[in-house]
Design a protein around this ligand. Structure first.
Ligand code: PLP
Length: 430
């Protein structure tokens, strides 16, 4: 099909609700590169929105998926056991922290979040769910009720799920209490205590759901002290702590799961994106004692735990281990941050450089410190012209978020960083 036909048919028949980063027609992906139908290649600093952690079409993943395709494509987990799903569940039990040893598989991040909050309510017999301003948990009705990174996800869908509350995320660079980490008494955690004093009794709260590193909200890393105190607060009240690892999991932050950085063990974890190197798969995981609260039939799925997706996930986990991608993400992420710190010295419009491993965010500001989305729009567009794909985050789209494949070569990384550096020099703040 001609490139123009692909675009024309897509424009005509694919819902316009999808926000498009580019008008490219991509034919092939390999490692950190995408190849268009016009024969051009683009360096991909997005990795399918933090999905292709082992790069596009890793040969080990392709081989495993092909082998599975030839044997069994689908049967539904409620019909029979099959090897790839049992093996993946036991691998995730091995990798997950603490007592977490049981999985429920589904297809997307939002579905995993739906399952997690249903399980939390079912287990605790309580209705309340507390999330955070700025968070993104997906777009299905339950998940979108927790999502609070923009009102645009809520408008015209109301009423949303009842008994959902939000509090401030510990976003220290833009502390809602105008404190600094040095003089802060975790005021934002006190906000949750206040909520549970005046608005909802702690024994009516089923769970708190948190992104261990806020993704779409701007790649914000919470202070470890906050996460540990939150764990204590929730445990004290029998509230389940759900860590949404959909974006941060599978090596992205230099650990298998970002939660490990804070040395806390959640009650439930949600996983998707990087789990299967691009095939649709998600999971929620919890200790058996929590998972067993679910009576058979209380939740279910047709496609969740698809044999091919599970085979791809197992291959991807092997690649993460054999190519030492956790160590590599930690090392390359630190290198990326140091490069952006250098750029910050030169450019006052860079307000903050942050992240864990290869989940790196660069926040842009106006001279008065307010969020500068114009800079990010300029940089993303110019980078695209130079054949580098980068992606914004944050409520004002004022953060550049970097989620390259974890095994990107140093040469490719430097090539992309040089484009960004050059583009920053071209940018003229208005
Ligand atoms: N949770 C987090 C932390 C996410 O980043 C996302 C997607 O960006 C989701 C949930 C929703 O995942 P999906 O788009 O696969 O439904």
């Amino acid at each position: 099909m001609l490139t123009s036909e692909v675009i024309e048919k897509g424009r005509k028949h694919i819902s316009g609700v999808i926000v498009r980063d580019t008008e490219l027609v991509v034919e092939k992906g390999e490692g950190s590169w995408l190849y268009t139908s016009e024969g051009e290649r683009y360096l991909d600093f997005i990795a399918g929105i933090a999905v292709c952690n082992v790069g596009h079409c890793h040969p080990r993943v392709v081989e495993a998926a092909k082998a599975q395709l030839e044997r069994l494509i689908h049967i539904s987990i409620s019909t029979a056991y099959y090897e790839s799903v049992s093996e993946l569940a036991s691998e995730l039990a091995r990798l997950a922290p603490g007592e977490i040893d049981t999985c429920f598989f589904s297809n997307s991040g939002a579905e995993a979040v739906e399952g997690a909050i249903k399980l939390a309510r079912y287990f605790t017999k309580r209705p309340g769910i507390i999330g955070f301003y700025g968070s993104f948990h997906g777009r299905t009705f339950g998940a979108v009720s927790l999502t609070a990174s923009s009102w645009k996800y809520h408008s015209y869908y109301e009423p949303l799920l009842p008994e959902v509350y939000h509090v401030s995320y510990p976003y220290c660079y833009r502390c809602p209490y105008r404190l600094s980490p040095a003089n802060c008494d975790l005021e934002c955690l006190n906000e949750m205590r206040t909520l549970m004093r005046y608005q909802v009794a702690p024994d009516r709260v089923a769970c708190v759901i948190m992104e261990p590193v806020m993704g779409e909200g701007g790649y914000v890393v919470p202070p470890a002290r906050y996460v540990r105190e939150l764990r204590k607060l929730t445990a004290d009240h029998g509230i389940l702590l759900i860590m949404d690892e959909v974006q941060s999991g599978f090596g992205r932050t230099g650990r298998m799961f970002a939660t490990e950085h804070f040395q806390v063990v959640p009650d439930i974890m949600t996983m998707a994106k990087g789990i299967a190197a691009g095939l649709p798969l998600s999971a929620l995981a919890a200790p058996r004692r929590i998972m067993d609260a679910w009576k058979p039939g209380a939740h279910g799925t047709t496609f969740g735990g698809n044999p091919v997706s599970c085979a791809a996930a197992l291959a991807s986990l092997k690649v993460i281990e054999e190519e030492n991608l956790l160590g590599r993400a930690a090392e390359m992420g630190a290198y990326m941050k140091s490069r952006f710190e250098q750029m910050k010295q030169e450019h006052p419009f860079i307000g903050d450089v942050r992240g864990l491993g290869m989940m790196v965010g660069v926040e842009f500001v106006h001279p008065d410190g307010t969020p500068n989305g114009d800079a990010v729009t300029y940089i993303t567009q110019r980078c695209l012209e130079k054949r580098l794909i980068v992606h914004p985050a944050g409520d004002h789209k004022h953060v550049l978020r970097f989620m390259t494949p974890l095994n990107i070569s140093r040469e490719d990384l430097d090539y992309g960083l040089a484009i960004i550096e050059e583009t920053m020099r071209e940018y003229r703040p208005s």
